[in-house]
Design a protein around this ligand. Structure first.
Ligand code: ZN
Length: 114
């Protein structure tokens, strides 16, 4: 890999992965947690209510409450995990298309691999 400007061989590849862990991954990861928690709470509440219906009127209230918590926690964890992974991937694609990949250590010129 040579710098197209000064033809120096000292070029550094920019670390996309590293940057994304601090920017895109965090942002989209927390968005995933929030979405997962809301969706999980709703799903957990209805599942809990369905189970509770079989156990009687009191069970509806108890199971729906437990279901809400369990659903929120489990889906929140899953959502957060997926959000981080999807966000990370999307960010990598954007970063690679928008930003330059290499930087010349001699003249500071930034360029993409052909
Ligand atoms: Zn250069």
């Amino acid at each position: 890999m040579l710098c197209p400007k000064c033809h120096a061989s000292e070029v550094e590849a920019r670390d996309h992965e590293q940057r994304l862990k601090t920017v895109g991954g965090v942002m989209l990861g927390s968005a995933g947690v929030a979405a997962g928690a809301v969706g999980g709470a709703a799903a957990g509440a209805s599942t809990g209510a369905a189970i509770g219906t079989l156990a009687g009127p009191l069970g509806i209230i108890t199971c729906a409450t437990i279901g809400t918590f369990v659903g929120a926690i489990s889906a929140g964890v899953t959502g957060g995990f997926l959000g981080r992974r999807v966000g990370h991937k999307a960010g990598t694609v954007v970063d690679k298309n928008v930003f330059f990949d290499y930087k010349c250590l001699q003249c500071g010129h930034r360029f993409n691999a052909a």
